[in-house]
Design a protein around this ligand. Structure first.
Ligand code: NDP
Length: 249
């Protein structure tokens, strides 16, 4: 199936983990995917895998730091000049800098807000200008269950992800009449570099709380993003799709 043939997509944080699988999944569906992250080498490897595989789309590596507004604007200009359209934006880049509130340094808070939330504002603002002109588009923001239920040690991260959810709903209302949808996906505990650093005791505690009794895979987030990016999801907007094995139901 190639439901996204000829669509042009931008995916941030595509060098590993969830973003890499989202970029791969959209390319498998036929999209031309600008895969962005700071680690260009990993993006080049992904582009090669897609080229040598049986995907009908392609991955174009693009070195980007989402905390740099000028670089974001330049990237969006370049994509729209090269392709004359931007159909799909997936804001996935994110970091954690966990710590208890009383010990949290200013830069721990600011870095997480800048990478996880301010970048979503910058990218969505830049891309939405093109989508509004085209009167169509799909914006998908990767939030987190931490932004829905809170999490001790993650006041900075939870604030950034709750911010992403409020941003998503507001943008969805602003652009709905222009044929653009804006949704969030809120993953639970997904096996990536971000979670592999957690102590085994913490992982076991989480697993006990998850009704499905297992952690999720990046591919399980990618499949939901592919649906939200598809023409079939045209009447879904302003939603937070929680993908967490039942953790926060
Ligand atoms: P990883 O740590 O595995 O990957 C993070 C990605 O973000 C990398 O590609 C990294 O690329 C990129 N990134 C980080 N900072 C920047 C930056 N300044 N500029 C550009 N790219 C950046 O994380 P996950 O795959 O686990 O997480 C992906 C998203 O999903 C994040 O938003 C995260 O908050 C969210 N999420 C993850 C969960 C999980 O359990 N794993 C649960 C809930 C939400 P590079 O370092 O090369 O720049």
């Amino acid at each position: 199936m190639a439901g996204l043939t000829d669509k042009v997509a931008i995916v941030t944080g595509a060098s590993r983990g969830i973003g890499k699988e989202i970029a791969r999944g959209l390319a498998m569906q036929g999209a031309k995917v600008y895969a962005c992250a700071r680690s260009e080498d990993s993006l080049t490897v992904l582009a090669g895998e897609i080229k040598d595989g049986d995907a009908t789309g392609e991955v174009i590596p693009y070195a980007l730091d989402v905390s740099d507004r000028a670089a974001i604007d330049a990237m969006v200009d370049k994509v729209s000049e090269e392709r004359e359209r931007i159909d799909i934006l997936v804001n996935n880049a994110g970091i954690t800098r966990d710590g208890l509130l009383m010990n949290m340094e200013d830069d721990q808070f600011d870095d997480v807000i800048a990478t996880n939330l301010r970048s979503v504002f910058w990218l969505t603002r830049a891309v939405s200008r093109h989508m509004v002109r085209a009167r169509k588009g799909r914006i998908i923001n990767i939030a987190s269950v931490s932004g829905v239920m809170g999490n001790p040690g993650q006041s900075n991260y939870a604030a950034s992800k709750a911010g992403v959810i409020g941003f998503t709903k507001s943008v969805a209302k602003e652009v709905a009449r222009r044929g653009i949808t804006c949704n969030a996906v809120a993953p639970g505990f997904i096996m990536t570099d971000m979670t592999s650093i957690l102590p085994d005791a913490v992982k076991s505690k989480y697993k006990e709380l998850i009704p499905m009794s297992r952690f999720g895979e990046s591919e399980e987030i990618a499949r939901v993003v592919e649906f939200l990016a598809s023409d079939g999801a045209g009447y879904v907007t302003g939603q937070v799709i929680v993908v967490d094995g039942g953790l926060c139901m």
